[in-house]
Structures are given as C-alpha cells and as structure tokens.
Design a protein around this ligand. Structure first.
Ligand SMILES: Nc1ncnc2c1ncn2[C@@H]1O[C@H](COP(=O)(O)OP(=O)(O)OP(=O)(O)O)[C@@H](O)[C@H]1O
Ligand SMILES: [Mg+2]
Length: 555
C-alpha cells in the first residue's frame, strides 16, 4: 500500500474508532446530564414550595397566636378591669415578660376614644372613630391591619378584637412590634442573595426586605386572584436569575414573597455540570489520544510488514534470477568452452602457418596477422566470461572457518594497491577494534570485497576516496562492512537493475555485469545481506551484514 493509502487507512481507523466511542459517550453524557438537571430542577422547586409553605404556616401561626392572645385577654378579664390603665399595664407587662411582640394595649369604647391605654405612646386622647380599621373591627370582630404609619408617624401594624358585653361593644387593640415581625418574615433567608417579605394585594411592602426596596416586577404576577399553595417562578436574566416563590397567608390577605439565589440553590447542579464536563472532556481526550496512538501503531506496523514483504519479494526475485542464471551458466559455459578451445587451437595453428616464409611474403600477410590477433583477443575475452560464468555456476560450497573481516579486507586491498595509487585514490580505514570473528569462507568473501572495490575504483576513475569501515552491533550480534566511494553515484533506473546478472553500464569488453550478482549470491549463501545506498553526485555505499553466529541457508 502506498504512503497515502496507509495514511488513509490510519485516518479511517481513527475516525471509526472515535465515532464508535465518542458518539455514545457524548449521547450518554448529554442524556444523563439533562435527566439529572431536570430532576434536580424539579427537586429544588418542590423544596422551595415546601419551604414557602412552612414559612407561610409559621407567619400565619404567629398572627393567629397574637389574635388569640388578645382574645384571651378580652375574655378572661372584665371590662372594668380592662378599663383600668393600671390593670392593662399589668397585663402588658406580664405578656412582655414572655415575649416583647406586643408593644402596647388599649381598650377603645364605641365612641372611638381610648378608655384605657398601656404602652409607650401618648395615644390616650386619640379618637379612632373615623379610622377605617375601627369600623372594620366593629363589623368583623377580629382585625389585623396592614402596616401603616397612623398617629405614631412610623410603620406599625395592629391587631384588634371586639368585645361585646350586655349589648355594649369595646375594642381591645394591640400594636405588634414591626421589627420582630420583620425579622420573623426575614428569618427565612436562602443563600447570600435570598430574601423574604410580605406585600399586600396592592403590592405594598408589609415588612422590610433584607435588600432595600423591591421592584414590583418581581412579584407582580402573583398579585391578582389569590391562589392556593405556593407558586415558583424565575426572574431576571441568565446571569442574575432568582427563584421567586409566592404564597398567600391564611390569616391576612398578604402575599409572602421569597427570593432565592438560583446560583446557590443550583450550585450542586453546576458543580455536577462542571464535573461532567471535566470527566467527559478528560475521557474524550483520553479516547482521542488512545485512538490516535493505536491507529498510528497499526499504520506503523502495517508499514513495517509491507516493507518486510517487499524486501522478501525482492530477495525471492533476485534468488530466482540467480538460480536461473546458475543453470544457464553451466550449460552455456560448457557448450561455449569446447568451441572456444577449438577456435583457440585453430588460431594457434594459423599463427604457426603465418610464420612460414612463403606466407610472410604474401601481399595480405599483414591483414592475416591482424585477423589472427583479433581472433585470439576475442577468444581470450569470451574465455574470461565463460570462466566467470563457470565459477558462478559451480561455485563451491563455502568452507567455513573463523574469519576476521578486518584481515580479509586488508589482504584484499593488497591486490589493488598499484591501481589505487596509479589512479590517485585515497583509502580511508575505519576498522572496528571489537569486530569478532565470524564463521565464513574467507576466499569467497575476498571475491565479494574485490568486486565491490573494483566497482568503486571504476566509479571514481581518478582522484577520489574509498572508505572501508567495519563495526560490530552487539544488539543484533552482527558485523557490518561498508565500502563507500565518492564517485558519481548511481541513478534510480540503474539502481533497480544493479544486482541483475549481465547488467553493466561499462563499455563492451570492460565489464561482464556479473560482479554484483555473484557478490549477492555469495553473501546470501554465507548467511549475510548486502544492500547499497547511493546518491547521484555524492557517491555510493555498499553495506554487508553478517550474523556473528553463522547459519547456513541449507540447514
Ligand atoms: N560503486 C559504484 N558506483 C557507481 N556505479 C556502480 C558501482 N558499483 C556498481 N556500479 C554499477 O553497477 C553495474 C554492475 O556492476 P557489476 O559489478 O555487477 O558489473 P560490472 O562492474 O559492470 O562488470 P564486472 O564486475 O564484470 O567488471 C556497473 O556497470 C556500474 O554501472
Ligand atoms: Mg564489477
């Protein structure tokens, strides 16, 4: 598969794996979260309703208690007693010993004037005949006022009960401490921004809210017809949202308004949301990283497999070429050798004839002599090729001994010393000192090195550098020989055919094209590998690797 094909495969694996893992994760996360959010919302709302109802009950209870306390006083004392300011004062003091909710007490006659008064204000002379509340008590018998300023000049609320004795009516009236009432209402505060207060049907505040004056907008929608139970609504923009609960009191037509900070009420939900995001995000990141790593690993492995497969294929092709050549060489060499011997012999006989005097005098003697020279020369050339082919065909089984590659290389270059010097080539040695002996055939190795050095010299032609290196790789327990030249390098097309038998770029008569194919076959036979790296204009390096522990391919 090509590089792009593999890349595509990697992307497909990654996308599929991500799709199959992230989509369910996302769906699960969103479903779970939205279910949890709506359940939590419902829970918070129902809590708020319960809270509002409890609060309403306690305010109702408070008012009921005050009224019933006043009623008890009215019914347990005679009008004569209540008409005495001293007795009234005593009663007030007794009540205030238990709780200071009531500020004053007053008995008012039918004419609207105070008969007696106990309390801190100077109200004894005041006539309530024209006051609205006075008439209401007369009609309804029990009365709880709105908060009003009245004759005292500051907000307060009063409760009053009508007492009827022998056809005559009186009103027993008390003032409730508005601070105590306010704090009773405000006692229910939720979060940092929570608030609670009472408003009447006209929307006027009846208790002091915790945070200044309130906009009617907050609770306006609760006014109108009273409803049963508590209602919860949300008010404000997304950033400053509050829950507003409204519930009508039973004792008085007042609406209890409770404001709750959404942020603090829903904090656990927001924390869960943050945790869900963090966990979900972390999980997704892990999945993405894991998937990318795995798909990368698969692609790398696939790449490695394909490279190995290609190498094996190449080796197989090369080996089959070698095998075919081996058979061909044996047949051809044998068939060509005999005629060559005959030609050589006949050429010798012709040369003998040419030495005779009468032939020397012939006018074509020079041409005969040249022809015989050429025949001998070409027979020599053909003989050399056949010799090489024969060597290839019946190459002997290697005789393996302990071989030190450094020594073999040194000995091999001795044969080439003159040529190297003559061509102005410099030999550079980088021999590893730790290169161990390998089990191999020294003379066959020498043939390989000779071929490679020959090629390097031919490639450089004049004035260049050949570097011979050896090294030992402990990890793979193998030794490596490198023969590098700074010749012209090999272009891509030639590279593909380099190890092919009879492939040469040299002029006819200068190369058989068998050097590298023979070397390849020898190295293979000795259990090693041979490869090359070459860059046009920079030179060529042949690298041979042998395992230290010898293995024979035929084993
Ligand atoms: N070091 C090298 N630098 C550049 N080209 C090289 C090198 N080694 C080999 N070649 C190329 O590979 C070809 C084949 O080499 P090989 O040794 O098989 O045959 P040859 O050298 O042409 O013939 P012979 O080995 O019989 O003299 C060469 O003709 C040459 O073109
Ligand atoms: Mg060669």
């Amino acid at each position: 598969m090509s590089f792009f094909g593999l890349k595509n495969l990697g992307s497909k694996i990654a996308l599929t794996a991500l799709g199959f893992s992230l989509i369910p994760l996302l769906a699960l996360g969103i479903t779970m979260y939205s279910m949890f959010a709506s359940a939590y919302h419902d829970k918070v709302r129902s809590n708020l309703v319960t809270l509002a109802e409890n609060k309403r009950q306690s305010i109702d209870l408070f008012l009921r208690e005050q009224v019933s306390q006043l009623r008890t006083i009215a019914h347990t004392h005679s009008i004569e007693d209540l008409s005495s300011p001293e007795v009234l004062d005593k009663i007030l003091t007794t009540i205030q010993m238990g709780s200071r909710t009531l500020i004053d007490l007053g008995l008012i006659g039918e004419d609207g004037r105070h008969i007696s008064y106990a309390g801190p204000y100077n109200l004894a002379e005041i006539n309530y005949k024209n006051e609205d509340w006075f008439h209401r008590v007369m009609v309804r018998k029990i009365y709880v006022s709105d908060v009003f300023e009245g004759f005292r000049g500051f907000p307060h609320l009063i409760i009053a009960v009508k007492v009827q004795v022998k056809g005559k009516a009186w009103i027993l009236r008390a003032t409730i401490d508005s601070d105590i009432f306010d704090s009773l209402v405000r006692w229910l505060q939720l979060g940092d921004r929570g608030d609670a207060y009472l408003v009447n049907r006209a929307g006027e505040l009846q208790t002091r809210p915790r945070f200044g004056n309130k906009s009617k907008e907050i609770y306006k929608h609760f006014l109108g017809t009273p409803f049963v139970g508590a209602r919860v609504s949300e008010f404000g923009d997304q950033k400053h949202k509050i829950f507003v609960e409204g519930i009508w009191l039973e004792q008085k037509e007042w609406l209890l308004v409770i404001e709750d900070d959404v942020q603090s009420e829903l904090r656990p939900l927001f924390e869960t949301q943050a945790a869900t995001w963090a966990l979900g995000g972390g999980g997704a990141a892990l999945i993405i990283i894991g998937t990318l790593l795995i798909s990368r690993m698969i692609v790398v492995q696939q790449e490695r497999n394909e490279r190995e497969q290609a190498r094996l294929n190449e080796e197989l092709i090369q080996s089959s070429k070698m095998a075919a050549l081996g058979k061909l060489a044996a047949g051809v060499a044998h068939e060509v050798n005999n005629p060559l011997a005959v030609i050589r012999e006949k050429a010798g006989w012709m040369r003998d004839l040419l030495e005779e005097e009468d032939v020397q005098g012939s006018e074509n003697f020079k041409e005969f002599e040249d022809a015989v020279d050429k025949i001998e020369q070409h027979v020599e050339r053909a003989g050399a090729v056949v010799h090489r082919m024969l060597g290839f065909a019946r190459r002997m089984e290697p005789i393996c001994n302990d071989v030190y590659l450094n020594d073999v290389l040194k000995h091999t270059t001795v044969f080439l010393d003159n040529e190297i010097k003559f061509r102005g080539i410099e030999l550079i040695w980088h021999l590893g000192t730790d290169v161990p002996a390998i089990q191999s055939d020294a003379s066959q190795l020498q043939q390989v090195f000779l071929n490679l050095l020959d090629n390097a010299i031919d490639a450089i032609n004049r004035n260049g550098i050949i570097t011979i290196s050896t090294s030992f790789d402990r990890g793979s327990d193998s030794v490596c020989v490198s023969i590098r030249d700074n010749g012209p390098g090999i272009d891509k097309e030639v590279q593909q055919r380099l190890f092919d038998p009879f492939f040469t770029t040299k002029k006819v008569g200068e190369g058989t094209g068998l050097g590298l194919s023979i070397s390849y076959s020898i190295v293979n036979k000795l259990g090693g590998t041979i490869r090359f790296e070459s860059e046009v204009g920079h030179g060529t390096e042949f690298i041979i690797i042998f395992p230290v522990r010898h293995y024979d391919r035929n084993e």
